[in-house]
Design a protein around this ligand. Structure first.
Ligand SMILES: NC(=O)c1ccc[n+]([C@@H]2O[C@H](COP(=O)([O-])OP(=O)(O)OC[C@H]3O[C@@H](n4cnc5c(N)ncnc54)[C@H](OP(=O)(O)O)[C@@H]3O)[C@@H](O)[C@H]2O)c1
Length: 190
């Protein structure tokens, strides 16, 4: 296996285009759309540039990068696309004081859930798609925003990866009770 690191600002559509062009020229076996930001703030507060950054990074980049990776996967009848969403994707109707102000962030993650579910159209062509919806995870995600989450129970990143790796299909998860408060991992495969 060959691993090549490419540095890019995925909130910059021009950079995403550059990476997409490079990806089309190489065999990509697994695409993990993980980069993400939150900018938790009341919707009226953040500068429009921050709302645009969230949509560009959390929505546009995964869509365009997946589009760049898929043709090769379909040609080889093999590949995996994993989109990292969030449990907050399902939080739109919940107004609770312990939840962050998250209108744009939560909506971008809802987009990833629906996008991935519909992308299961490729599942019968050998390409696995999965959306991962973690709860709160120990990472730099909150400290980047100046939030102290030390009092909040958090998943370890390794638990998120393990849940992704060992995920049953959504139907299996529901029937076995594995859909819980730590989040949902939904996989479509043939
Ligand atoms: N932590 C949580 O509680 C939690 C819960 C649910 C879902 N998630 C999701 O999990 C994913 C990973 O987040 P995390 O918890 O690991 O947070 P994190 O520690 O802040 O990591 C975020 C990652 O995104 C990258 N990134 C941010 N902006 C970027 C940009 N413009 N271009 C390229 N890369 C960029 C960062 O790269 P640099 O380090 O180089 O900036 C970093 O690797 C995100 O999609 C997040 O929405 C997190």
């Amino acid at each position: 296996m060959t691993v090549r690191a490419i540095q890019a600002d995925l909130a910059d559509p021009g950079e995403v285009q550059r990476i997409s062009d490079e990806m089309r020229a190489m065999p990509v076996d697994m695409m993990v759309n993980n980069a993400g930001l939150a900018h938790y703030k009341p919707f009226a507060d953040p500068p429009p540039a921050q709302a645009a950054e969230l949509v560009d990074l959390n929505v546009l980049a995964p869509v365009l990068l997946t589009q760049a990776a898929l043709p090769g996967m379909l040609a080889r009848s093999r590949g995996t696309v994993i989109n990292v969403a969030s449990l907050l994707a399902f939080s739109g109707a919940v107004q609770a004081p312990f939840l962050p102000k998250r209108a744009v962030y939560a909506a971008t993650k809802s987009f990833l859930v629906t996008f991935t579910q519909a992308l299961a159209e490729v599942a019968d062509r050998g390409v696995h798609v999965q959306v991962v919806c973690p709860g709160v995870v120990r990472s730099e995600f909150h400290s980047r925003q100046g939030l102290d989450m030390s009092a909040v129970p958090r998943m370890e990143p390794s638990q998120v990866v393990e849940a992704s790796w060992t995920a049953p299909s959504f139907l299996e998860a529901v029937t076995s009770g594995k859909v819980g408060i730590h989040g949902i991992t939904e996989t479509a495969s043939r």
